[in-house]
Design a protein around this ligand. Structure first.
Ligand code: PLP
Length: 433
């Protein structure tokens, strides 16, 4: 059974469906896999959300990652307000974009040059273009269950909403585009070796999530990236590490800060946290590759709003709040929550496994570890749905899909975690029923 807020959210959803496909501007928001009416949100502060009917929720989505300092963080809001007073968009160079690029490069060693775009999707799309131009090759390799945005070439067997709705890819992607994408099982280095042996001279790049988080969180096997980079570089291709979700959340230097020993990605992509809640993405890496970009080089890439002053102000204010104490807080909140969830599900006898990538984690409703997309798809999504709706009824807002990470913020104080703790036993019993 799904119980969802009656009232204004339902009215808004009905209105929305008349004018917006499925009533939403991004698929998972429609609650398609869990059923019911999504609460229409009208405000958010710290770890709390308020919907159109005045119901309050503890948020574990964090706008899917950006809100790492909590909602309406005063310093971020003030930075945006101040920037807005100086103009909303210049379409010309401005100081904030230099500072934001410098901050990212300071934190992440492989970033020698970086360009700002408006979303994670734009970042991965642009990185692919650079890789293809640099190598003169067409084929891109991705791993099943990794999501890299809705780039045509990267939609095959993607996680996130593509997983939530059990789609193999997307209609509207041409056969010639799909032909240039090879999908391999996550973590399968033998499959990578075999592919390079057979088709190495066609492969421009292998793209991978720095730690997969869009089929739930899958911790990369020990040494995986080091070995992967060895094979890919040996074959004359490039490694693109997608840190759109993990960047500056898994650790102060993203997942690379945890797993960067002994390998160097050629290109990296970022988004979410770097815009503090405004639309920003970035791609960067080796200077010789990034200098292929127009106008100096032959690879065209551009954006009316790229490097927008409000977005860079929000990103810089967010980075200013991301000190050691902030990461220690995220670690504590994440660990406390994991422990509470594990206790509640164990007590109710619900098979589950919790997997982590730095401060990121997710809960799979199955007892064996999840290493691949196939493993993730084999979880008990019906149990998740019952768990989800029980929590929503108790005012806890989880990602509405069994295939997503859970997001905490520095605003998730012990008091907030206590509210979640109170709701968990009933949710675990619902999952068991
Ligand atoms: N790459 C990864 C790893 C992501 O998780 C996402 C979004 O969830 C994207 C790329 C696409 O980013 P955006 O939604 O900003 O286009």
């Amino acid at each position: 059974m799904t119980s969802t807020p009656a009232g204004l959210s339902e009215e808004l959803f009905a209105r929305a469906r008349r004018v917006i496909p499925s009533g939403v501007n991004s698929p998972v928001r429609a609650f398609g896999s869990v059923g019911g009416t999504p609460p229409f949100l009208t405000s958010a502060s710290g770890a709390l959300l308020t919907d159109a009917d005045g119901r309050e929720y503890v948020d574990l989505v964090g706008s899917w990652g950006p809100m790492i300092l909590g909602h309406a963080n005063p310093a971020v809001v003030e930075a945006v307000r101040e920037a807005a007073g100086r103009g909303l968009s210049f379409g010309a160079p401005q100081p904030g974009e230099v500072s934001l690029a410098e901050e990212i490069a300071r934190r992440v060693g492989p970033i020698e040059r970086l360009r700002l775009v408006n979303s994670g999707t734009e970042a991965t799309m642009s990185a692919l273009r650079v890789a293809r131009a640099a190598t003169g090759r067409d084929v891109v390799v991705k791993f099943a269950g990794c999501y890299h945005g809705h780039v045509d070439a990267l939609l095959a067997e993607a996680g996130s909403g593509v997983a939530t709705f059990a789609l193999p890819g997307s209609a509207g992607v041409t056969a010639s585009t799909a032909k240039d994408t090879v999908v391999l099982p996550y973590g399968d280095l033998d499959a990578v070796r075999e592919l390079f042996a057979a088709r190495g001279d066609e492969i421009a790049a292998v793209i991978t999530e720095a730690a997969p988080c869009n089929m739930g969180v899958v911790t990369p096997p020990e040494g995986f990236h080091r070995e992967l980079a060895g094979i890919v570089h040996g074959g004359g291709a490039l490694v693109i590490s997608d840190e759109v979700l993990t960047g500056f959340r898994a650790s102060a230097a993203g997942y690379y800060g945890i797993d960067g020993e002994g390998w160097t990605p050629d290109l990296m992509t970022f988004g979410k946290v770097i815009g503090g809640g405004l639309p920003v993405g970035a791609f960067g890496g080796r200077a010789d590759l990034m200098d292929l970009l127009s106008p100096a080089g032959p690879v065209y890439q551009a954006g009316t709003l790229s490097g927008n002053p409000l977005a860079t102000a929000a990103g810089l204010a967010t980075f200013a709040g991301l000190d050691d104490a902030a990461y220690a807080h995220l670690d504590r909140a994440s660990a406390a929550l994991q422990q509470l969830v594990a206790e509640a599900l164990t007590t109710a006898g619900v098979p589950h496994v919790i997997q982590t990538a730095g401060t990121l984690f997710s809960v799979f409703f199955r007892s064996e570890p999840v290493r691949t997309y196939e493993d993730s798809k084999a979880q008990d999504t019906a149990a998740f749905t019952r768990f989800f709706h029980s929590l929503l009824d108790s005012g806890i807002y989880l990602p509405p899909s069994a295939f997503e990470a859970w997001f905490v913020s520095t605003a998730h104080t012990p008091e907030v975690i206590d509210r979640i703790a109170e709701a968990l036993p009933a949710a675990a019993r619902a999952a068991a029923s």
